[in-house]
Design a binder for this molecule. Structure first.
Ligand SMILES: Cc1cc2nc3c(=O)[nH]c(=O)nc-3n(C[C@H](O)[C@H](O)[C@H](O)COP(=O)(O)O)c2cc1C
Length: 163
């Protein structure tokens, strides 16, 4: 059994989850940042991770998800500044599931991820974003050890689904 862990990460949060997932897997495995034209053949499961940006899947990850072959097992993971379990990060996961229309989505995992001070500073000047900035500030320090432990559990659960 072979797994690919692939991710997009601007400030390292999603990469931390990717490494935790990769470390937890006890099967043949590869880890690589999402690349254009990446080969997705020959894997029993693909873990695809991204940071939520503007409540959405970042453009860079769109093409990768769309190109996933029919019937391919895939599991999504993401980091986001918003509180865990909120509607907005859910929206991005649902978008990813929609883009992966032909693939077999096994599940998803989300963790909070610290938002860069520059982004918080820029958005705090815009009244319509102030509430979000307040919420997102408390993502500082995430993903933490507990988040990474949860990501590892998630990885094992997903592999358990295809055994
Ligand atoms: C341009 C931009 C837009 C963002 N939009 C959102 C958002 O809509 N919702 C959210 O919860 N977090 C948002 N964030 C915060 C990131 O999702 C969060 O900091 C994430 O953990 C960054 O992951 P990375 O370090 O892997 O890039 C945004 C961050 C950036 C830079």
């Amino acid at each position: 059994m072979k797994a690919l862990v692939t991710y997009f990460s601007q400030t390292g949060n999603t990469e931390k989850l990717a490494r935790a997932i990769y470390d937890a897997l006890e099967i043949e495995k590869e880890i690589t940042p999402v690349q254009a034209g990446q080969n997705t053949g020959g894997y029993d499961i693909i873990f695809c991770g991204f940071p939520v940006q503007a409540h959405s899947v970042p453009g860079k990850v769109h093409a990768f998800i769309k190109d996933i072959p029919e019937g391919q097992n895939i599991a999504f993971f993401c980091t986001h500044g918003s509180l865990r379990g909120g509607q907005l990060p859910r929206q991005a996961i649902e978008q990813a599931v929609g883009l992966a229309a032909k693939a077999k989505v096994l599940g998803d995992f989300g963790s909070r991820g610290a938002v860069s001070p520059q982004i918080l500073e820029a958005l705090s000047k815009r009244p319509e974003h102030r509430a979000w900035v307040e919420e997102a500030q408390s993502a500082d320090g995430h993903p933490d050890a507990a988040d990474l432990a949860d990501a590892k559990q998630f990885a094992l659960r997903m592999v358990g689904k295809i055994r």
